[in-house]
Ligand binder design. Structure first.
Ligand code: 5AD
Ligand code: SF4
Length: 478
């Protein structure tokens, strides 16, 4: 469940994105890709499209003409998995009509469900985990020879650094750039460390090069992606030691600065920050560059220190609030969003009230709110009972959503009568006569089209708002 503007995180879980590019070096075979879950999956699908296009596969939006169907899956909550299963059942009918059709699953569901999906339910021909995408052409070939093809090996060093992703959003201006993979945090509710493996950072030179290429192709915004961007480190060990004295080291603040310097007209965003690791040097770099957007996604998960301890988050309520103070001190106009889980194991009414009180203190601009969903293998599944009744989880979630709606409206009302720099993303969904774009704070703004175009920056005076959108008029070009 997400309340805010852009779907920026696993708040998107469960919604499918159909991806296609027009690649001309084709072998006549068509690939249909569908992505579920987080931005990381979306970004991975672009790597998959690139690897498959190297074999001559052209991506298509029309499932009927596909020779290969790949679904990039998400495991973060049970309902995300259920949606994928339903989709696979639809594809099973297609396979009955066309026995040559190859259906495969990629991503987070691969490891856990490989046996049941391949052998027991026979829903797919191919299974590839998040670190096995280079092997996809071989796997597709194996299916062609009548075998069930599986590669779910997790790697300690795969970052796909050398692969130039095929951009699947056609003529876009905003792109995701993966800077690291995996996660070492072991939050007790989270399946990601099991599905995506150990944390590893990508060579900063390849990241900067990718951002430069994107800028040259007309993109005006990059979002640097990682499960925990604050622990990005290149040539630095997890203990903080330099690995190779002859090479430079890079931390996240330095990487962001390198990307910001690509061009003042390239907006830089990032996701996701971790409260235990977010340092002041990152905030100071954000304050220094106008093109690093003043927006931080800082998942709190719960407002009570005992729950945070059970969640193994590595910080307390007080620590989190101190980090919020640091953001407000160093970047006074920074927008802040969060993730909240309600009904985690053993959550009492008092603990829930503390989440609400923390929301009142922070007044988030956007939030992604979820009921706790027990995931296999996680610490919570092994150690705690999922004991908050479903109706209590639902009621608490509604209280949290209601509070967030009022804060989002207040946040938008505060923008009225200000003038905001907006990057135009395209036509408004509701009207051909209006354009839409985002402010640096990530608010969606709708305004009359006039002569302006996608990819331009304009200054917009905000005249009105809803809890999700700002409405205004262009006062000048940038
Ligand atoms: N149940 C509910 N929400 C979860 N998240 C992660 N794991 C679970 C789970 N088991 C949420 C967290 C995280 C976001 C990406 O998804 O809030 O920050
Ligand atoms: Fe999951 Fe925690 Fe890692 Fe985020 S930081 S991916 S919630 S284990």
């Amino acid at each position: 469940m997400s309340i805010g503007n852009k779907v920026i995180d696993e708040g998107m879980q469960g919604e499918a994105t159909i991806l296609a590019s027009d690649n001309s070096a084709a072998n006549g075979k068509k690939l249909y890709l569908e992505s579920y879950g987080c931005q990381m999956n979306f970004s991975d699908s672009e790597v998959v499209a690139s690897i498959m296009s190297g074999e001559g596969y052209q991506t298509t939006r029309n499932i009927e003409e596909a020779d290969v169907i790949l679904i990039n899956t998400c495991s973060i909550r049970e309902n995300a998995e259920t949606r994928v299963r339903n989709r696979l059942t639809d594809f099973k009918k297609k396979k009955e009509d066309n026995p040559d059709l190859v259906v495969g699953i990629l991503g987070c569901m691969a490891e856990r469900l490989k046996k049941s999906l391949l052998e027991e339910e026979k829903l797919v021909d191919l299974v590839a985990g998040p670190d096995a995408y280079r092997d996809l052409p071989n796997l597709v070939e194996e299916v062609g020879t009548g075998q069930k093809a599986v590669n779910v090996l997790l790697s300690r060093d795969e970052t796909y650094a050398d692969i130039s992703p095929v951009r699947l959003d056609q003529g876009g201006i905003s792109a995701f750039v993966t800077i690291m993979r995996g996660c070492d945090n072991m939050c007790s509710f989270c399946v990601v460390p099991f599905t995506r493996g150990r944390e590893r950072s990508r060579d900063p030179q390849t990241i900067v090069q990718e951002c430069r290429d994107l800028f040259e192709k007309g993109y005006r915004e990059v979002t640097l992606l990682g499960q925990n961007v604050d622990s990005y480190r290149w040539n630095i060990s997890s203990k903080g030691e330099i690995r190779d004295e002859n090479l430079p080291t890079t931390n996240f603040a330095q990487l962001m600065e390198m990307v910001a310097l690509v061009s003042p007209d390239l907006r830089v965003r990032f996701s996701t920050s971790h409260p235990k690791d977010m340092t002041d040097d990152v905030l100071e770099i954000m304050a220094k560059y106008e093109n690093i957007c003043p927006y931080i996604h800082l998942p709190v998960q719960s407002g009570h220190s005992d729950v945070l301890y059970r969640m193994n988050r590595g910080y307390s309520r007080e620590w989190y609030l101190e980090r919020i103070d640091a953001i407000k001190r160093i970047i006074p106009d920074c927008a802040i969003s969060t993730d909240i889980i309600t009904g985690f194991c053993g959550e009492t009414e008092e603990e829930h009230q503390d989440t609400l009180s923390l929301m009142d203190i922070v007044q988030y601009d956007f939030a992604y709110m979820f009921k706790y969903s027990e995931r296999p293998k996680t610490l919570a599944e092994r150690k705690f009972e999922d004991d908050v009744p479903e109706e209590v989880k639902g009621r608490r979630l509604n209280e949290i959503i209601e509070k967030q709606l009022s804060h989002a409206l207040l946040s938008n009302q505060r923008q009225i009568r200000t003038v905001q720099k907006v990057l135009i993303e395209g036509l408004s969904k509701r009207s051909e006569e209006h354009l839409c774009g985002r402010t640096g704070r990530n608010s969606m703004v709708v305004f009359p089209k006039s002569e302006y175009q996608k990819g331009q920056y304009v200054m917009v005076r905000i005249d009105d708002c809803t809890s999700a959108t700002l409405l205004g008029e262009v006062v000048s070009k940038c």
